[in-house]
Ligand binder design. Structure first.
Ligand SMILES: [Zn+2]
Length: 351
């Protein structure tokens, strides 16, 4: 991945390149983004640039041995950590990221803008929570204790540090604080407030900005076709829900809530919440006469305009807050039937 290949976030790419040029390479960095905005792509391009044998014009060459290894995500000095759990794609009883590396590589090469739900699916743990357990910390420490294979930087790209528990963080703390020479940690988070303070406080933080409408469309084009299937399924569900609320049909609305609660995993339920939150934002934009920035696709226009005309003034703001609450509760393993029937009820009374 070269900086030139990255969709959006040109300013962040420039800042990373100049950090590398000036030699002021932070040994621990925390990139935070809204899911899918390219933090992983930026991290990969940054490490590739740092280790490139022939960098020029503010970018890596893309052709030297190091760049080629980075393109396949097989650089021997670059390690990846991400949340895992036991599943059918590994026989390891205590799996670590390495157990699923093949699937991680396939996913990240095809689409470095993948979401957490995409990752869960790729490694076959859709129905479980991914975690970063203490075995992972041991594995990283032992990898970093080895001498670098090449003459560049050793890097650990750490996806979703918010999924690590206190014990894992404690184990890692020393090496994050005082890493071996020419070693860097890049943490990528979607929820900086959930990253343990002991880790957060040791990192230089970088905000990866949300994508523009055109950039998001370019990212969408990278996604496999079954994402469109998910869109259709979510859109049908959301429109059934809104239509039943607007026609004051509480039974049907509650049935929609049950359908959402029955989605096969918590990640899928959260993906629906993100989708619904995005739809509510569109409704709000249409109500504010900001159609041009509402990001409404042509085939959706009629639906969003009709719904926007019929929702009360405070419905969108209240529903956004309620959806955020549901997402937080899903993470705390609260019963999803209760959560979604409560959400539907709240939407029903605040329309
Ligand atoms: Zn190169």
């Amino acid at each position: 991945m070269r900086f030139a290949d990255i969709i959006g976030n040109a300013e962040v790419a420039k800042a990373l390149a100049s950090m590398a040029d000036s030699g002021r390479v932070a040994h621990a960095m925390l990139m935070y983004e809204n899911e899918g905005c390219g933090a992983l792509a930026l991290a990969l391009a940054y490490v590739q640039y740092l280790n490139c044998a022939d960098p020029h014009d503010g970018d890596s060459c893309g052709e030297c041995p190091s760049c080629r290894q980075m393109a396949k995500l097989i650089h021997p000095d670059v390690h990846f950590v991400f949340p895992v759990n036991k599943g059918p794609k590994t026989s390891d009883d205590k799996p670590v990221s390495e157990s699923y590396l093949k699937y991680w590589r396939e996913l990240a090469i095809a689409d470095p803008y993948f979401t957490e739900a995409d990752l869960q699916k790729a490694i076959g743990i859709e129905s479980k929570n991914g975690l970063i357990a203490v075995a992972e910390a041991k594995s990283i420490i032992s990898k970093l204790s080895l001498t670098a294979v090449a003459d560049g930087y050793k890097a650990v790209i750490f996806y979703l540090p918010e999924k690590m528990n206190q014990e894992t963080a404690n184990r890692l703390l020393k090496v994050v604080e005082e890493p071996p020479v020419k070693t860097l940690f890049i943490f990528i988070t979607h929820a900086p407030e959930k990253v343990l303070q002991t880790i957060f406080s040791r990192c230089q933080s970088i905000r990866v900005m949300p994508l523009s409408k055109d950039e998001a469309a370019s990212v969408k084009a990278l996604k496999p076709a079954d994402d469109r299937e998910e869109y259709t399924m979510f859109m049908d569900l959301f429109s059934d829900l809104m239509n039943s609320i607007l026609t004051r049909d509480l039974m049907t609305a509650l049935e929609c809530g049950e359908t959402i609660a029955a989605l096969e995993s918590r990640e899928k339920q959260k993906a629906f919440c993100n989708f619904a939150g995005n739809c509510i934002r569109k409704i709000f934009m249409v109500q504010q006469n900001m159609m041009q920035i509402a990001d409404v696709e042509v085939h959706e226009e009629e639906f969003f305009k009709t719904v926007a005309a019929r929702c009360g003034r405070k419905f969108c703001a209240r529903t956004m807050t309620n959806i955020e609450h549901v997402v937080a509760m899903i993470d705390r393993n609260v019963n999803s039937k209760i959560l979604f029937s409560d959400l539907v009820n709240r939407m029903f009374v605040s329309i």
